[in-house]
Ligand binder design. Structure first.
Ligand SMILES: Cc1cc2nc3c(=O)[nH]c(=O)nc-3n(C[C@H](O)[C@H](O)[C@H](O)COP(=O)(O)OP(=O)(O)OC[C@H]3O[C@@H](n4cnc5c(N)ncnc54)[C@H](O)[C@@H]3O)c2cc1C
Length: 294
């Protein structure tokens, strides 16, 4: 939702609304928000309305190949023993989160976790349909169809996440965007909650210091630009890979626990020289079976 700060009456404001909840933004003329609660004027407008929201800074510049179709559903478990067996068959305990990667293109995931002592199961998925793969919702449906122990759906939903570069325009004049509305997502794993909170913190600090939204945009680039560019580069690389290539990187030790941890935490990870040396030695070993790079 777009939020106005420092509200002031003007003759164009139908109903000043300092805290207008459940209000839909229909349009913006650069000075007054057109909303379901009337016109709202403010010194600064913040668009935090997500990818398909109010678009105060214009349509999101995101290509379809950088849209992750994600879904998360919680289902009742029909057969708890069979659920536990499913985890055990994959070498996991019922308390673990089972993650299947590369099941629908390099950038895809099916993540399965039991909740409430095994009474319910959460299935989280994501993929890039523009590359010709099934959507996150279709991956959930496939998982449910293939596993008879999964019962009726409890709740859930599906939506697109922008996993490309942070949008070039984060602010203009009296408007700033944060979160998905600004493409602020850790692209390597499609996480936007932390990124949006970093942006919101920076924006509040900037505005309360008496600076403009444009300073917030500059601050974002200076503080986080490099990290989010690297995340996007990693996403593109992974998206272009096929499962055997990912398996190869894991088997020679170039994708290890440290690399995954750094990726999840949005930190840079550069393989050490000894890691690279080990990878070459492992690849050349006569017993090495990478699973094929073809
Ligand atoms: C299935 C799934 C799982 C995910 N899992 C994770 C995860 O584990 N960790 C993580 O970090 N990220 C995750 N994400 C991504 C994360 O949900 C988003 O990056 C994050 O929610 C973006 O927050 P936001 O506030 O920018 O936008 P949104 O969450 O989209 O919120 C926008 C709000 O604006 C409102 N709005 C929209 N249009 C208007 C309008 N015209 N007027 C007024 N209000 C409007 C909407 O109703 C909504 O309340 C997941 C996404 C999906 C789809």
């Amino acid at each position: 939702m777009a939020v106005g700060s420092a509200l002031r009456d003007t003759d164009r404001v139908a109903a000043p609304a300092p805290h207008a909840c459940n209000t839909r933004v229909h349009g913006f003329d650069g000075a007054v928000l057109d909303t379901s609660a009337g016109g709202i004027a403010a010194r600064t407008f913040v668009d935090a309305s997500g990818l398909a929201g109010a678009r105060l800074l214009g349509p999101p510049p995101v290509s379809r190949r950088a849209l992750c179709a994600a879904a998360q559903y919680v289902h009742h478990v029909r057969d708890r023993a069979a659920a536990r067996a499913f985890f055990a068959n994959h070498g996991a305990s019922a308390d673990d989160t089972l993650v299947f990667t590369g099941i629908a293109g390099g950038y895809s995931i099916v993540n399965v976790r039991l909740h409430d002592g095994g009474e319910r199961v959460g299935v989280l998925t994501g993929s890039i349909p523009a590359d010709g793969h099934p959507s996150g919702r279709a991956l959930v449906e496939r998982f449910v169809a293939e596993n008879a122990w999964v019962g009726a759906v409890d709740f859930g939903g599906a939506r697109a996440i922008p996993v490309g570069a942070t949008f070039a325009t984060l602010a203009r004049s009296n408007v700033a965007a944060v979160g998905d509305a600004a493409g602020q997502v850790y692209a390597a794993h499609g996480s936007g909650i932390g990124a949006g909170m970093l942006a919101a913190r920076l924006l509040v600090d900037t505005i309360t210091a008496g600076k403009s939204p444009v300073h917030y945009a500059r601050g974002w680039r200076a503080l986080y630009g490099a990290t989010f560019r690297e995340q996007n580069a990693l996403r593109r690389a992974v998206q272009a890979m096929r499962p055997p290539q990912i398996a190869w990187l894991v088997s020679v030790g170039l994708i290890d626990e440290n690399a995954v941890r750094a990726g999840l935490q949005g930190q840079r990870h550069v393989p050490s020289l000894s890691q690279l040396r080990r990878a070459v030695v492992r690849s050349l070993a006569p017993s090495f079976a990478p699973g094929g790079l073809a």
